[in-house]
Design a binder for this molecule. Structure first.
Ligand code: LRH
Ligand code: MN
Length: 432
């Protein structure tokens, strides 16, 4: 058994008992306010209670940059510790029922033990992520000049083999999807033939696609740049969409919010991929400059709200052919990762709940009449509604904490983990 200390359900109940009277008061007041515009608060609370986002296993430990990584105390030492922390996030927020693992970072000599602990902790496993953007110690071919698009067939075959191995691991865990992000690209003009590299990508992906179980999906993740700084093979949603259509119905596009040029209209990309029936899922985070992997909604919460507006609008129109996979993908360099992941999961719930509050009849009328001000005002009315009572009540009713971060800090969980998990000596750099 990895750690011994776990926050007790009775602790949550005790702390909730203190917060409940105020929550009830605020909830009833919001309920009356929403009823005046014909919205039943219970409908939104039920929708929020059903909202779940996957935790990235690689986000549970302190993150870093190429310059440095400043480890915190009680850092998870392995995938089993990470699952413990994910279970704590789920116990307090009831918004994160699944975990997305990354191989080989989460390799464990016994994948069955990982599945078993997941079951014991009540956690499911969302998409598994392959990694052909780093070389492993025992690796024959280097990925320095690419992986699935490498000019060398043996290197491509090695990368294909790794992705197939990830599918096999995912099958044991009960995952139903593989996420493929490759860093392949170039740093100099002329270094890579743009078209031949993309053709090699497709050939490699066809081999991986053929190994997908019938009920699986493969999520293709595009990214504008980094670590390649002149060209990236799968750099944008258009190339992503093309590849997904070439591969077949099980291939879908994953939108990582940080993988676009600053000020890109990401909500429109989401609307397009929904329309083209190729939206597979999300890596939610936020950014100001590049792929900053900051906490979701911490820089541009209105954009996050607008993304959920497209998702709720599509669901209302019956245009979502497949439920998108919601996953966080963040790097927590200066906060306690457990706190950031809880805050980010609640932030997604907040923007989703607000998107559910949009008066769509009023919006449609404003759009039909080209009343731009009324259209924006209709969105802002929802965005400016404080839905905290709905989020708190949904958590309370699901057995979670009304104030997850408050209960987490009150519990001293991190200090307990520091006692159980001896500090890892070496100071390192890099994202994990
Ligand atoms: C690439 C990415 C990808 C993961 C990695 C950790 O920037 O977003 O989704 O594999 O981060
Ligand atoms: Mn990502």
């Amino acid at each position: 058994m990895t750690g011994t200390y776990r926050i007790a359900q009775s602790d949550i109940a005790d702390q909730n008992a203190k917060a409940l009277p105020a929550l009830k008061e605020d909830y009833d007041a919001l309920g009356r306010k929403l009823a005046r515009s014909g919205t039943d608060i219970e409908t939104i609370t039920k929708a929020v209670a059903g909202f779940g986002v996957a935790i990235p296993s690689w986000g549970v430990g302190t993150g870093g940059t190429r310059f440095a990584r400043f480890a915190g105390i009680g850092e998870p030492r392995n995938v089993l510790d990470k699952l413990e922390d994910c279970a704590t996030i789920q116990k307090l927020t009831r918004a994160t029922p699944t975990v997305s693992l990354h191989f080989p970072w989460d390799k464990n000599k016994d994948v069955d033990a990982v599945k078993q602990l997941g079951d014991e902790l009540g956690l499911g496993f969302d998409a598994v992520n392959s990694n052909t953007f780093q070389d492993q110690a025992d690796q024959k071919q280097s990925y320095k000049f690419g992986s699935l698009t490498h000019t060398d067939a043996a290197t491509r075959a090695q990368a294909v083999e790794h992705n197939i191995e990830c599918i096999e691991l995912g099958k044991v865990l009960g995952s139903k999807a593989l996420t493929v992000w490759i860093s392949d690209g170039s740093n100099f003009a002329g270094q890579q033939h743009f078209t031949r590299a993309l053709e090699r990508y497709l050939e490699s992906m066809k081999t991986i696609y053929a190994k997908l179980p019938a009920d699986w999906q493969v999520f293709i993740e595009h990214k504008m740049f980094e670590p390649a700084f002149y060209s990236t093979v799968i750099s944008d949603w258009g190339t992503n969409y093309w590849a997904a259509t070439q591969l077949g119905p099980k291939a879908r596009c994953l939108v990582d919010l940080g993988h676009h040029a600053p000020n890109t209209n990401i909500e429109q990309i989401v609307a397009r991929l929904i329309h083209f029936k190729k939206l597979g899922g999300f890596h939610f985070n936020d950014s100001k400059y590049g792929d900053d992997d900051l906490d979701a909604g911490s820089v541009n919460p209105f954009q996050l709200f607008l993304v959920f507006n497209e998702l709720v609008d599509a669901a209302d129109r019956g245009a979502l052919d497949v439920a998108p996979a919601y996953m966080l993908d963040q790097s927590h360099n200066v906060t306690d990762p457990v706190e950031s992941l809880m805050a980010s999961a609640m932030e997604l719930q907040r923007r989703y709940a607000q998107a559910c509050l949009i008066d769509r009849a009023r919006l449609e009328q404003a759009q039909a009449e080209n009343d731009a001000l009324m259209a924006l005002d209709t969105l802002k009315a929802a965005f400016n509604t404080d839905v905290s009572p709905i989020l708190g009540m949904a958590r309370h009713r699901s057995g979670g904490a009304i104030d997850p971060v408050g209960v987490y800090r009150w519990s001293g969980y991190r200090r307990h983990k520091a006692n159980e998990r001896p500090a890892q000596a070496k100071q390192s750099a890099g994202i994990v």
